[in-house]
Every structure is written in structure tokens, then in C-alpha cells.
Design a protein around this ligand. Sequence first.
Ligand SMILES: NC(=O)c1ccc[n+]([C@@H]2O[C@H](COP(=O)([O-])OP(=O)(O)OC[C@H]3O[C@@H](n4cnc5c(N)ncnc54)[C@H](OP(=O)(O)O)[C@@H]3O)[C@@H](O)[C@H]2O)c1
Length: 319
Amino acid sequence: MKAFTFKRYGEPTVLNPDTLEKPEPKANELLVKIHATSVTAGDWRVRSATPFPIRFHSGILKPKNTLLGHEFAGVVEMVGEEVVEFQVGDRVFGSMGMKSGTYAEYVAVDVESPLAKIPDGLSFEEAAVVPIGFLSAYHFLQKVNLKPGMKVLIHGVSGSVGSAMLQLAKAKDAYVIGVCSSKNASWVKKWGADQVISYDKENFTSLSEKFDLIINAVGKTSFREIKHLLNPEGKYLSNDAALSDYLDLLTQTLGGKKEQIIVGIAEQKKTDLRVIQSLLAERKIRPYLDRVYSFNEIPAAHTYVEKGRKAGNVAIHVA
Ligand SMILES: NC(=O)c1ccc[n+]([C@@H]2O[C@H](COP(=O)([O-])OP(=O)(O)OC[C@H]3O[C@@H](n4cnc5c(N)ncnc54)[C@H](OP(=O)(O)O)[C@@H]3O)[C@@H](O)[C@H]2O)c1
């Protein structure tokens, strides 16, 4: 099968076309013919080993797994003998979790991994970019008890995780202010934000109002910068998981203060993807698709995503 692999860390040019064996599904796996995958912020970070500690998981000197790509949408081509939930011909989407392997024509997927049937009305490219952004957003929002009318500020609302946080918070009837550049302001408003602050025109840190939740969705702010904007019971949530977030959390904990900081790595659960699937089917949420690249353009898609300015998500059309 055709694939794109990388044998060393580096620039997008380390990604090259390759030919690999088509995988054989085990008893509890599906063989999925991939129609679309994505390039996420996590993909370029693994490709370039940025930051360095990524190597402790991906391989110290060179990548242990040469096949990148974390999410997929496609059609079930074969099912293992123990699989009862899916059938040949089902349109499915899912995430590989901490593994990877979707820059290829086929992938063998464990039925217990985050995997679901694609709701009607969603293209393969749209479905392929749902899991990482929405599962991450859903994981973190479950840690705060969002109630109708709560005031939420999302910094970096135009990213994959930010735009998913926005829609999940609106599904809970929160009042959401999104911060992004003016080039993204109009679609962010259309996607549900009650108010948008363009960071190139206005400084959100001088707002006089207070928030129940402030989300640092792309790592361009910090707890220190925003803590004066939190209500006494307010929480700061960072999915960017920068070292400074962990240090601020440690300082709060050691200082015996009430913990306001939520940070960590999102767990990706099959049950959570089922919730996302229902919300998609009810048209309560939908992914924002910035660009679709062809399979041969995976290195170009990496160059674009690495700039950190993609709007929502970037998909790869595989077949
Ligand atoms: N903890 C976890 O488990 C987990 C899970 C998934 C992702 N992540 C991490 O979460 C982060 C976000 O990923 P992502 O894919 O959503 O987005 P991304 O590709 O990292 O960010 C793209 C967005 O960032 C916005 N942006 C850039 N500079 C900004 C600034 N100064 N202020 C506000 N917004 C700015 C851009 O909007 P403008 O062009 O409008 O500036 C663009 O829409 C990444 O670091 C990723 O690795 C962590």
C-alpha cells in the first residue's frame, strides 16, 4: 500500500512516499481503507521532535514508528472474527490515540479504540478531523462543571481544539468570548461565539469582566497573564500543557492555595467519541475545515500547520 513515512526527525522534507505491507487485521480489529486523514499540531511536533521530551515517547535518536498520522475516516474493508459491532462497508472515523499510522492507504484498528460510524452528512475529510480536536476538548471540559450562563474565555479559539471547545461550551449554554486574530473573527462568531476579541486590535487582558473559565487553547497566554480575570471560583485550563502551566500548578499546590489550574494530556476514549458522534448527528457541532491537501502534499500540509496559523483543521484526501 502507498504510505508516507519519516526515518529521522526534522523539516517536512523528512516525510517521503513509501510502499508498505497492507496490514492484516487481528481478531479484535477492523481493516479500514482510509479515505482521509489529517495533519495536526501533534503531527508536526512528533515529526520535528519539538519539544525535545517528545523523544522519550517517540524514540530518542530516531522515530520508533516511521508512520505518522493520528486520525482517519474511511470504509471498513475487513473485520476480525471477534468483531460484532462493525461490518464490511461501514463508513467509520476514529483516532489512533497515542499511536499513529494513518498516513497510509489502510490501517488496522482495535475495536476498543476511539472509533465510530460517520454520521450522515459528513464528508470523509470532515470526519477525519473530528477526533483529536473534539476528544481533547471534551476530555478537558469534563473536568469543569460547565453550567448555562457561565462566562468562558477561549484564547486561541480558532485552532482545532479551540473551535471544538467553543462548540462544546455553547452546547452547554455557556457564554463564550473567543480570542483570535481578525482574519478568523467572522467564522468564529458564526461558529457560535457570543463575542470575539481580535488580539491584533484589542488587548483581552485589560477586560474589566471576570470569567468562570479561561482556556489557553494554543499556548499563547499563561496563568500569570490571565489570573486577574478569573472569578474566585474560576478555573484556568491549558490543553497546550506548557512547562510553565505545570510549574504554576505546582506552585499553587505547594503553596496550599485552592487549585485553579487544569493541565495534562487528553485521554481519548471510545465512549467519548460516541458522545461526539451524537452531537454531530444532531448538528450541534461540526468541524471547521481550513484546507484539504492531496496525499502527495503531506509535506506541504506539515509546512502550513507548523506555522501555527491554521484555522480549525487541515485534512488530507487519501483516496
Ligand atoms: N494536551 C493534549 O492532550 C492536547 C491535545 C490536542 C492538542 N494539544 C495541543 O494543543 C495546542 C493547540 O492545537 P490546535 O491544533 O488546536 O491549534 P494550533 O495549530 O496549534 O493553533 C492554530 C491557531 O492558533 C491561533 N493563534 C496563533 N497565534 C495566536 C495568538 N497569539 N493568540 C491567539 N491565537 C493564536 C491561530 O489563529 P490566528 O491565525 O487567528 O492567530 C490558529 O487558528 C497544540 O500545542 C497541540 O499540540 C494538546
